[in-house]
Design a protein around this ligand. Sequence first.
Ligand SMILES: *[C@@H]1O[C@H](CO)[C@@H](O)[C@H](O)[C@H]1NC(C)=O
Ligand SMILES: *[C@@H]1O[C@H](CO)[C@@H](O)[C@H](O)[C@H]1NC(C)=O
Length: 557
Amino acid sequence: MGVSIARSHRCCSLRNPFARALLLTIVMFAVGGMFLRSDMDVRSALLKTAASAREAMSMQKPLGWEGRVEAPPEQDGSSTAEEAPTTVSNSSHVMTCDYDMERFKKWRDLYHLQDTFEYAKRYVQVTRQDIPRKSVTELDQDFLVDAVKVVDVNKQYQGEKCPEPLVVPVTKSPFPSTANASDFMFGVSTTYKRFTDPRTSPINEWSYWLTDSKGNSNGGKLVLMLLDASDDELADAYNKLANIGIDVDVYRSDPSLIMAVRYLALAPQMYNHPDRVNKKWLVICDDDTFFPSFHALADKLAEYDHEKPMYIGTFSEDVNNIQRHGSQAFGGAGVFLSVPMAKLVAEKYESCKTEDKIREANTGWGPQGDILLRKCIYENSEVKLTLLNDLWQLDLFGDPSGFYESGIKPLSLHHYRGGIWHIAHPWHYTKVAHVCGEDCTLQRFQTADNFIISNGFSVAYYPNGIDFDLGQFEATFHAAPENKGWNLDFRMGPQRPSLHKTGRKISWDLQDATLNEDGSVSQIYVCKHDDWRWKNPDGTPMIDLDGIIELVWLPER
Ligand SMILES: *[C@@H]1O[C@H](CO)[C@@H](O)[C@H](O)[C@H]1NC(C)=O
Ligand SMILES: *[C@@H]1O[C@H](CO)[C@@H](O)[C@H](O)[C@H]1NC(C)=O
């Protein structure tokens, strides 16, 4: 069953060539692999600063100008953290609003903030109810109840009493830890370098949708093909994944196969795997494919007949890419093959990867694995692609906020590792789902004072009010290389105009989130004063200081 695989860089959803691989199952007992923290790429270009303040709603003033005060100075010799008044919330969690200068210094260094920046902290009390998921939930509370505090990392401040929590109704959607992925096997082909580089390593992301986030497998099987890996490196990859609970087999890719063929080879690789007998769906993914809501994904797939040959996926959002590459599943969004479908590809594999087929799969951008797979299926059966449009390839350029702030519940995400694409932190975005259920990731909550929390992604403030259609995507992103202005409309609908550089919007974007021991989740949203997006129409910045908003989500009792 020596099959091959692998994959490497590509541009614009291209898969490049190489050759075939013999597998080499690495059987090893996990020994002390450490799990790499995903790199906290600060998207330096995008960050923004913040200011806040509803006083500033009186407008035409720089945001935050009037609505902020310096944090209360420390009193003689007292240690602020210990003296901070605490409040017990309804969920009996202790709420603390102190000024831990070590954290502040850490943030300054990580996010390249000024020494003096704005800081606001708010607790959010979740109430799980029998309600449907809404794209936007309007709250009658204000987001800002106190003036925003200005802190200087070189000083010490006295702790304060926390404001009442925001109370947020959410659905009773399931928690990520209870997902059951037993019906699925995932195949990914990448390089050892990408696997280990903190900027591209998928380890944390995989821990979200392949484990219960407590170190145990959720039943999902991962077949990982690594290119350019020594025996030690294969073992290292295995240990890193097995140690965090991922059920994985690691194989070496055949370096003689071109990338497109390494991609196609994932189908026979998975089909020939002994665990396949217990699976319903064999899923071909990229190393930057992420499934934020596994319960919803599994429920959706359960609607299809896995005993029939099924080829399920989605198009690129950019109609140009369909014209260029053809009508097929664009693989970064995830391609779901039923076992009978994978069987056919495995049987026809040799004839699907001939020199002729590789040439036919070259659209002028190099041979495409997605095209090889489509041709293999279409030329050997009557099966056609089943579109599942809650999967997202995300062939978008520019600021991705308009997508992540749209209130949708995507079943997959892709292209979030930068390079020519956007940078996003889906592992952090989904942390809050551990408190409020998977529906609540990227769900929007609008406060009375014109803030919108796009949960996990951003907190945005609209100083002139919210007088636009929240049902439409904001066109913060665009198609490329050829932007006709409507490339994305077939998929996303026409998009409302971007609020960049209008003075009408400013956002704090999530950079980090932590699941705390008491079951709460802390989110750190960052805004930089020199963010290119948050300018007034005359080009002046909307705010003069960097800023951090910290939200702490409290579970129900
Ligand atoms: C706390 O509980 C009281 C009484 O049950 C309720 O009126 C109030 O709204 C709750 N507050 C929060 C923050 O949940
Ligand atoms: C997970 O799903 C599999 C297959 O559908 C089933 O056999 C198993 O009992 C489920 N496990 C749990 C813990 O529900």
